[in-house]
Design a protein around this ligand. Structure first.
Ligand code: ADP
Length: 272
């Protein structure tokens, strides 16, 4: 803030006459810097699994006559390939979201269904850690949006809650309406996030503990995607957390409802 980038063009339009054009392209430069940063980060992130894959492949090649080693390292190669594929998927998703109008079909979406489907998809990961989801709160709420993207966002929050919690703990999912917003809260009893890091976790590729994130299949893009999906729906995502006690991520979306005094356009057509 405070610095303005001006692109200045000077042209001689006549004898002793200069035309000076100054264009404020602060925003364009900022976007360009963000894009450049993103490409650098992506290349860096891709190098890790690709490097691991080629090392593992070399080991397999050298151990061709030792079936046990081949089996073990091939298994690790599959794991790396899956991570690579998840990373590419999220990178594509995020770049799509950064383009305005990335949402597909904007329809009235049942929040209950979004929650149920997200829980369903996150179930396998939770079961692997003997964790369970406890869904509660208001039912029957609706928002306008792209159901696929909303499921993706809630699912990212659920995956994180599982990823950063101890085995056997429960993850709560609560829905309520407040000030014209439907709030979907994902509550975990996990490691928590310090106050200083709470803003940073929404940045692309930012991880509090890179090793833990990678080991558990994290890409560092999950919350960034949630933030974009929320913004594209006219909402936001908030975090409350205490290290050692747990975190609550709340996705807030404008409620899809007509004011009570507005007639239903379908059941009561305007008189002709
Ligand atoms: P990742 O794929 O690494 O989970 P995210 O963008 O989803 O990437 O999250 C960024 C970072 O925020 C994570 O690496 C982790 O350090 C932290 N984080 C996210 N969710 C939670 C949570 N529920 N509890 C504790 N830390 C979390």
């Amino acid at each position: 803030p405070g610095t303005v980038m001006l692109q200045v063009r000077v042209a001689q339009v006549g004898p002793g006459q200069l035309l000076v054009l100054a264009e404020d392209n602060t925003q364009a430069r900022r976007l360009e810097a963000i894009r450049r940063d993103f490409v650098v980060n992506v290349s860096h992130e891709l190098k890790t699994p690709v490097g691991a894959l080629s090392l593992l492949a070399e080991t397999v090649q050298d151990a061709a006559d030792d079936p046990e080693t081949v089996r073990r390292f091939a298994g690790r190669m599959i794991g790396e390939a899956q991570r690579l594929s998840a990373l590419v998927h999220e990178i594509l998703e995020l770049s799509r979201l950064q383009v305005a109008g990335a949402l597909n079909d904007i329809v009235v979406v049942d929040v209950d269904q979004v929650v149920a489907e997200s829980v369903d998809r996150a179930q396998t990961g939770a079961a692997a850690k003997s964790m369970a989801f406890s869904v509660g709160g208001e039912t029957g709420t609706q928002v306008f949006g792209d159901a696929t993207m909303l499921v993706q966002a809630v699912r990212n929050l659920l995956d994180n809650a599982v990823r950063y919690s101890s085995p056997g703990t429960t993850v709560g999912v609560g829905v309520r309406t407040r000030d014209g917003l439907v709030e979907i809260a994902v509550v975990d009893q996990g490691v928590g996030i310090s106050a200083e890091e709470q803003d940073r976790v929404f940045e692309r590729f930012y991880r509090v503990d890179p090793a833990r994130s990678r080991e558990t299949g994290g890409t560092g893009l999950g919350l960034s995607i949630v933030k974009h999906v929320a913004a594209d729906h006219g909402g936001d995502v908030q975090v409350w957390s205490q290290p050692g006690r747990g975190s609550t991520f709340t996705l807030r979306l404008p409620v899809a409802a007509r004011p009570a005094d507005e007639p239903d356009p379908i059941s009561s057509p305007t008189p002709t």
